[in-house]
Design a protein around this ligand. Structure first.
Ligand code: COA
Length: 327
């Protein structure tokens, strides 16, 4: 796979909504404590979209930054793939709303649903589209999970935040995407889901009264799944790229829980100072988490052009994904 690459990252960008909700704020809303949240998750605060601000709005802002970074105009984009589990609507796709708002008139547009693994899934699809002849593909992970969280349910509402991250993928002179691994285990579809509002269980007064329109999760099972799958998918992507873990400058894991990241450091055998973590400020922003962390790492001057990166995601589906690339 290494020889056939030369498809990589032309630009990156991220956006977080302004409003901040701290653990101390949450203490006033549900029976929880800053100490519990920090010890169990590492999260100290998260950003929330304002009323009226939807996933496409966040996505447009991140996309504009990625286009600016890539020095491209919206008309130069051939396709937009939006990874999200909190779309503006069931249909049309959030990608179409973003395409219209950007004025990316030459771009095909579609959403991709792979939970928190969505950004890496979408980057892999973008890689394939460029291989198949497209020139520039815009990938966006954008979430307003705050709209789908039950703010009275302490075991889930403390975990998530809203954000968007974007990358433009196209031909590059050096580096690029070297290998990836994608996977799913649909037998775990019940572990992390929104029960009502789709074709299986349309919204009714009864299921709304039972809060079935909100995100539900079996936390410990998802935790165990994440700890098991991260080294597996990470090692597969490294193998496909013909890389050793020592070749990696930065691991950017999905920012769900610091204890999951600790387990990943141990099982992958990577040095702690090569792992980029920002979940304390944003919580779990699902498909936005990896591009948000990546962009922040670049803006902080830590992650540099030419660095070898290992991205690892996992989430609802259940799904998982890993990618090795030279930025
Ligand atoms: N504040 C205080 N107590 C809380 C709480 C909160 N916010 N949320 C749950 N608790 C309580 C539970 O009610 C339970 O109490 P009990 O023992 O009296 O029944 C206790 O804490 C332990 O709950 P448990 O769910 O076993 O905790 P845990 O150690 O597994 O941590 C998670 C819970 C959610 C932090 C953890 O399971 C997790 O991170 N899972 C993965 C979630 C994830 O990353 N999902 C997204 C994947 S993309």
């Amino acid at each position: 796979m290494k020889d056939s690459s030369q498809i990589g990252i032309l630009g990156l960008g991220a956006y977080v909504p302004k409003r901040v909700l701290t653990n101390l704020d949450l203490e006033k809303m549900v029976d929880t404590s800053d100490e519990w949240i920090v010890t169990r998750t590492g999260i100290k605060q998260r950003h929330l979209a304002s009323p009226g601000e939807a996933s496409s709005d966040l996505g447009v802002k991140a996309a504009k930054k990625a286009l600016e970074d890539a020095k491209l105009k919206p008309e130069e984009i051939d396709a937009i793939i939006t990874a999200t589990l909190s779309p503006d609507h069931i249909f049309p796709s959030t990608a179409c709303l973003i395409q219209g708002e950007l004025g990316a008139e030459n771009a095909a547009a579609f959403d991709l649903g792979a939970g928190c693994s969505g950004f890496i899934y979408a980057c892999t699809v973008a890689y394939g589209l460029v291989k198949a002849g497209m020139e520039k593909v815009l990938v966006i992970g954008t979430e307003t999970i705050s709209r789908f969280v039950n703010w009275q349910e302490r075991s889930t509402c403390v975990l998530f935040g809203d954000a968007a991250g974007a990358a433009v993928i196209g031909r590059v002179k050096e580096g690029g995407i070297y290998g990836w691994d994608l996977g799913a285990d649909g037998r775990g579809h019940d572990l992390l889901k929104i029960n009502a509002g789709g074709s299986r269980e349309p919204l009714t007064a009864e299921n709304i009264a039972s809060n079935r329109q909100f995100l539900s999760m079996s936390g410990p099972e998802v935790f165990r799944f994440a700890v098991r799958i991260i080294p597996k998918t990470g090692k597969k992507a490294l193998e496909k790229a013909n890389f050793e873990i020592e070749d990696i400058d930065w691991l950017i894991p999905h920012q769900a829980n610091s204890r999951i990241i600790e387990a990943a450091i141990e099982s992958l055998g990577i040095e702690r100072d090569k792992v980029f973590v920002n979940l304390e400020r944003y919580g779990n922003t699902s498909a936005a988490s990896i591009p948000l962390a990546w962009t922040e790492g670049v803006l902080e001057g830590k992650i540099k052009r030419g660095d070898k990166l290992l991205l690892i995601g996992f989430g609802a589906g259940l799904t998982w994904a890993a990618m090795v690339l030279e930025y």
